[in-house]
Design a protein around this ligand. Sequence first.
Ligand code: ADP
Length: 361
Amino acid sequence: MTELDIRERLKSVKYPGFTRDIVSFGLVKSISIDPKRCEVRLSILTENSEVVREIVAGVETVLGQVEGLPPADIIVERPALDKGAQARQLAKATGRGPSGLPGVARVVAVASGKGGVGKSTVAAHLAVALARRGLRVGLLDADIYGPSVPLLFGVPAGVSGGSDGEGRFLPVERYGVKLVSMGFFIGEGAALVWRGPMLTKALSQFLHDVAWGELDVLVLDLPPGTGDVQLTLTQSLAMDGGVIVTTPQDVALADVERGVKMFQQAEVPVLGVIENMSFHVCTGCGAHTHLFGDGGAARVANRFGLVTLGAIPLVRTLREAGDAGAPVVASDPDGDLARLFLQIAEKVSQAVGVGAEAGHA
Ligand code: ADP
């Protein structure tokens, strides 16, 4: 009987009140077995002693059923986390709570230091590419200043998914991605009226008021920039990773630093940088030209100890795909661009641990 076997068996212990087990919730910190003793360390956040007691009893029962196992010590650790981190961890574990989204396994935010770098284009293509990998994907367009998901996915103005019996918004599905956009709900000019705290409050509420169903990953298209609105949004959910979209120019690269700082402040791991409009491919001869310099994003990524998740060329087909409402990952699934986005999607899903584990890819 190895530590792995024990961990496997502990998957039969459910978190009280939930269908998920304590192993997948990350409560089992370590297991060690020697000939005389067996030790199981649990890390439990909740202050509810009844829940702790039930979990420990469950673990005891499982260990008691293992023949020949030496006497076991079950040690319960109370991780010392600040309140925000506690809330996020609990929300992530339970899918409930102040900042958790029920049914949503992972949340990945896409940010950029400023507008116009192709953040929404990249977020949309990343979402479709993740769906092509067999994952259940949602895309939330929180870009209140210029919601572009309706355009990018060809959802006509005024179309929304309606609401469910509990008054929650229902997403619209396109290209295998469940979509919700501020653009479904705000009239033209409305964004100009909402400012400061009112805007942030509306956005946070909106985030929690969508009936996503079961999702492996939710891609969050943040508003451009790295100010208070973006930070609040990033903190209002239990995020698993942040992706920063940039172009190779020096000015854009300075923005990467702000993006990294924003995610760090919100304690969100930065998964890496995507360099958009990285090079130009000549439609005549196929030559690659680095209009804005070469390798800039990689240098910046290095400086912050980040990886470059991919480099997307400046090509007319991407702009046209946006205007036509048909992401290239879906319209030209075997093309070079689709391949680039699929590679990025693979890195992202690996980084946040969805895919093989979810059993869909
Ligand atoms: P952001 O969300 O950063 O403001 P968008 O995704 O809306 O930027 O992109 C801005 C414009 O640039 C859009 O017209 C889009 O089609 C175009 N675009 C984005 N990425 C590329 C690219 N790699 N090649 C060509 N056009 C692009």
